[in-house]
Design a binder for this molecule. Structure first.
Ligand code: GNR
Ligand code: NI
Length: 133
């Protein structure tokens, strides 16, 4: 589903699977894939701040500037159940925080102020109305 979208990440909750699992692939276009699987992820530490222009497959067409940690350490299990720790920065760090949020029921819009949240909500309602009309 992530590759079909295409997206750089996908959380299980986005496809109706109630597991603490997300995947991320931040490889640049034309580069070999860099699929990373995170099972039962925990954010160990966050350092610095960065603002990133984010999109989300659950909010088609929307782009918003969101403030995130610049560097994160994440602990998770891999597909074999083995625990690993990863320090990420750049797009990978942003994607890990975005996907981790999904598993906690937190969405991109929850990082926006009430006005922007409302505007985006209306935009999504309009989009839905025109799709079903
Ligand atoms: O495809 C995606 N791109 C993206 C760009 C900037 C910050 C976060 C993301 S994640 C998003 C896919 C998605 O919605 N995953 O939950
Ligand atoms: Ni998302």
């Amino acid at each position: 589903t992530m590759y079909a979208a295409p997206g750089v990440g996908l959380a299980a909750t986005q496809v109706g699977e109630l597991w603490q699992i997300f995947v991320v692939d931040c490889a640049e276009e034309g580069q070999p894939s860099d699929l990373r699987v995170f099972v039962n992820p925990e954010i160990v530490s966050v350092e610095g701040k960065v603002t990133f222009d984010e999109g989300c497959l659950s909010f088609p067409g929307a782009r918003e500037e969101i403030e995130r940690g610049e560097k994160v350490r994440v602990r998770a299990q891999d597909r074999e159940g083995k625990w690993f720790e990863l320090e990420a920065e750049g797009l990978l760090a942003v994607a890990v925080q975005h996907e981790y949020d999904h598993l906690q029921g937190v969405l991109m819009i929850d990082h926006l102020g009430p006005l922007k949240k409302r505007l985006l909500h209306r935009k999504m309602l309009k989009r839905e109305a025109s799709a079903t009309a």
